[in-house]
Design a protein around this ligand. Structure first.
Ligand code: SF4
Length: 232
């Protein structure tokens, strides 16, 4: 197999795979251009990096019995064709597998889904092609919807979540997303507070709280989605 190109590693995380202690591997490569991206430096696959897949596997061998899972994050993990082989290598060590994705490549998701224990699917905007394109930079909502429908049918545990960048996402958008997800029968949906990226000097903390100001929306989310919370 061609080796996974790693952009970074978090050796211990209690928040990237709910209820499970995991190591997180950030994979290089993402074709999208979300304006709130904190991992823009790894969107291009450049290969030369301080991290290597082999080093990560060696690290995992020392953590068997101490960590429960490995979460593949990015970037967009579905970009790299060798993801499935990498997951099999990690599973052979006894780890559960988590996956963070925007649903960019459903045909690849179909191949690896049987290997995965939990998925966090980013919902970037309401399901309107123009709005989605405004956030991710390309016209690929159809891919996201295919991935979402596949997850629903798969029986694999998953959550949907939205980063609430107040420059792009309004309370009205969140209402729309929540209703769309509820209508699809989604059980788990979470909101994530935007943390301003380095180049965003204008957005204040008060601005970042604005998408959560609608009490009626929060009540709706609490009523309709298991364990709903705002992740700050
Ligand atoms: S999908 Fe994720 S990695 Fe890609 S641009 Fe958006 S936030 Fe960044």
């Amino acid at each position: 197999m061609s080796e996974i190109v790693v952009g970074g590693v978090e050796k211990f995380s209690a928040v990237d795979f709910p209820g499970v202690l995991s190591a997180v591997v950030f994979m290089q490569g993402c074709p999208w251009r979300c304006p709130f991206c904190h991992n823009a430096s790894i969107r291009q696959i450049v290969k030369e990096t301080d991290f290597s897949w082999k080093k990560f596997i060696d690290f995992l061998k020392t953590r068997i019995g101490k960590l429960d899972a490995v979460t593949f994050s990015g970037g967009e993990p579905l970009v790299q064709d060798s993801l499935g082989d990498a997951i099999r290598e990690v599973k052979a060590l006894g780890y559960k597998i988590g996956l963070h994705t925007g649903g960019y490549r459903p045909e690849h998701l179909a191949k690896i889904l049987p290997l995965v224990d939990w998925v966090g699917l980013d919902i970037k905007a309401p399901f309107d092609a123009a709005r989605y394109k405004e956030i991710v930079g390309v016209d690929q909502l159809d891919r996201v919807l295919k991935s979402l429908d596949m997850l629903i049918k798969s029986g694999v545990d998953f959550e949907c979540r939205t980063t609430c960048d107040p420059r792009f996402i309004s309370t009205a958008d969140l209402w729309q997303i929540a209703e769309e997800l509820k209508n699809k029968g989604i059980k788990k949906y979470f909101l994530q507070k935007y943390r301003p990226i380095e180049t965003d000097k204008a957005t204040t903390d008060d601005d970042c709280e604005k998408p959560f100001a609608d009490k009626e929306l929060l009540d709706y989310l609490k009523t309709n989605f298991e364990g709903f919370e705002i992740r700050r």
